[in-house]
Design a protein. Structure first.
Length: 320
């Protein structure tokens, strides 16, 4: 059959219209157990249509810098310095332990898992506040390039690999524990029960090459910036929101943030601090179920290893 230029153009248009072939942003959770959303799950990989890959809060469920699920990593984003986000320790292998009791037997101190991954992948670490200097020193002391620690302080942004990264307000403590500081100073901090303060915690707003704008809340309470800045200025269409309560917004507060402040097209739930699923299904009586019921937009549960794809408007079109 001879394909005329018109038929060829129509065929290409049909392929582009199909969500599998569209310019979508891929989001892949790297949790504790394949196909589940577990107690310490934090890590998400965002892949731009152009191939740039960003790892958000590696935490404790990425099995070291050689975790086969990582693949190429161009940027590591760290919202704040608590061990369950920056990675003070981690599992020895994917699926080690159980959903409610993950294996955390490998220490990443004093480097942090974020630094170890950045070194192994020659990736940049993007942070705000006073965190970049800490990461620059860690990279340098391990033979890496301190310039790979990149600052994006509130109101500014960095564009790496075609993805624009801006930091936004997160209301949360942000201290580095003595084990991660290291040396005599770190020992004295630990003995005193103190942490080294490195400025405010941060959230992120990412703008991808397909036009998608995503808000990553970090650990936070409710802020006015979620309305005026995240929605009003950046116009985020996809949100990742923490619902763990006690340390961050709980499910009711997080639902208010999504319904009334950010108002995205869809949301990925995060940081639930519970074994939220069993067999890939949300368990009754969980915070995750409460959040889903209270939220007016589609809620996507980050099942480990299951890739979701989002179009420029924030709609989930594959793996939903």
């Amino acid at each position: 059959m001879k394909i005329t230029p018109l038929l060829g153009a129509l065929a290409m248009g049909a392929l582009a219209a199909h969500p599998t072939y569209a310019a979508n942003v891929k989001v892949t959770p790297l949790g504790g157990q394949d196909g589940e959303f577990c107690v310490l799950d934090r890590a998400l990989i965002f892949e731009d249509p152009n191939g740039t890959r960003l790892l958000y809060d590696p935490g404790r469920t990425v099995a070291g810098a050689n975790d086969p699920r990582l693949g190429k990593i161009d940027v590591v984003l760290v919202s704040h310095m608590h061990g369950d986000h920056v990675g003070d320790k981690h599992t020895q292998a994917p699926n080690a332990g159980a959903c409610d009791k993950p294996d955390m037997s490998v220490s990443a101190a004093p480097n942090t898992l974020a630094v170890n991954i950045a070194l192994a992948k020659n990736a940049k670490i993007v942070t705000g506040s006073e965190m970049p200097a800490f990461f620059a020193n860690k990279l340098k002391s391990n033979g890496g390039d301190p310039k790979n620690s990149v600052l994006a302080r509130f109101g500014g942004s960095q564009t790496i690999g075609g993805v624009t990264i801006a930091t936004v307000t997160a209301i949360h403590s942000n201290g580095i524990g003595g084990d991660l500081v290291g040396g005599d100073f770190g020992k004295r901090l630990k003995e005193a029960g103190l942490a080294a303060y490195v400025g405010e915690a941060t959230g992120y707003v990412l703008k991808f090459s397909n036009g998608l704008v995503a808000y990553l809340s970090g650990d936070t309470g409710i802020t006015g910036d979620q309305d005026k800045v995240v929605r009003g200025h950046y116009k985020a269409k996809l949100a990742v929101i923490n619902i763990g309560d006690t340390f961050t917004t709980g499910p009711t507060e997080a639902a208010y943030v999504i319904n009334d402040l950010v108002q995205p097209a869809s949301v990925i739930v995060s940081h639930a601090n519970e074994p939220a699923t069993e067999g890939g299904k949300v368990k009754a009586g969980t915070r995750t179920e409460s959040f889903i019921k209270a939220t007016k937009v589609p809620v996507h549960v980050p099942l480990s290893g299951k890739t979701m794809e989002f179009d420029g408007g924030g709609g989930c079109v594959v793996g939903c």
